[in-house]
Design a binder for this molecule. Sequence first.
Ligand SMILES: C[S@@+](CC[C@H](N)C(=O)[O-])C[C@H]1O[C@@H](n2cnc3c(N)ncnc32)[C@H](O)[C@@H]1O
Length: 236
Amino acid sequence: MSLSSLSQDDNTALFRKAWTLYDTISEKNYMFHREIYGHVTGLLQQRHAQGQYHLLDLGCGNARFLAPCLRAAPPASYDGVDLSASALDEARTHLNGLANTALHHKDMLQTVEDTDSAFDLIFSGFAVHHLDAAGKQRLFSACAERLVPGGQFILVDVVREEGQTREQYLDGYLNFMRTQWTEVVPEQLEEACAHVAAYDFPETLADLKQMAKQAALSEPEIIGQYQQHCILRFTV
Ligand SMILES: C[S@@+](CC[C@H](N)C(=O)[O-])C[C@H]1O[C@@H](n2cnc3c(N)ncnc32)[C@H](O)[C@@H]1O
């Protein structure tokens, strides 16, 4: 895929056209999927021990890493939402055998704003940074409204350091990719770098804390952090 084929208004182009590239990146653990989804398993098991729970997954992709967590702590229902039809096709395979799963080919913000359903857990892995600040605030507010009392929003995402501009963050992250993601072939690495440069809008922890406050969610609890990659838990 050439750089120019990444449309400026379509932040999911990479995932629709080259889902296997993201699979390679996660398989090589360049974004700490193994450690992060280990924590997610623990969080789901904690919730499962308290009784049955309903889970919404925003930007589920192919659910490759969440599916084993779900098997370790089966929810009463699982709803995955993504704009990438090819990722959802693969998710069907990864979720095979789990009861009460549904996959929705929809925008995650629209979904959480439009749904009448209530959830005990809302999860999102490496997807929210695609939204601009206003979109993230809307998402936080809609999640707070869709969670039952005591419900949790588990956010896995990249974050900027305090005081770091987006440009400084990108310099650091693109350098991290170019020096550490050594097993991605050069053409695909540059494709991934172009995607990050065009579509990644991570916030600082302080920004996320402020968004949570405005949405009447708790302060973020940092469950784990691996360089720029964080697991945060918010409760209502
Ligand atoms: C980096 S992948 C993450 C997949 C998986 N959740 C994980 O943790 O590995 C981001 C996913 O978010 C999806 N996505 C991005 N913006 C979206 C939106 N507005 N609505 C729904 N899905 C979106 C992309 O299609 C992609 O599948």
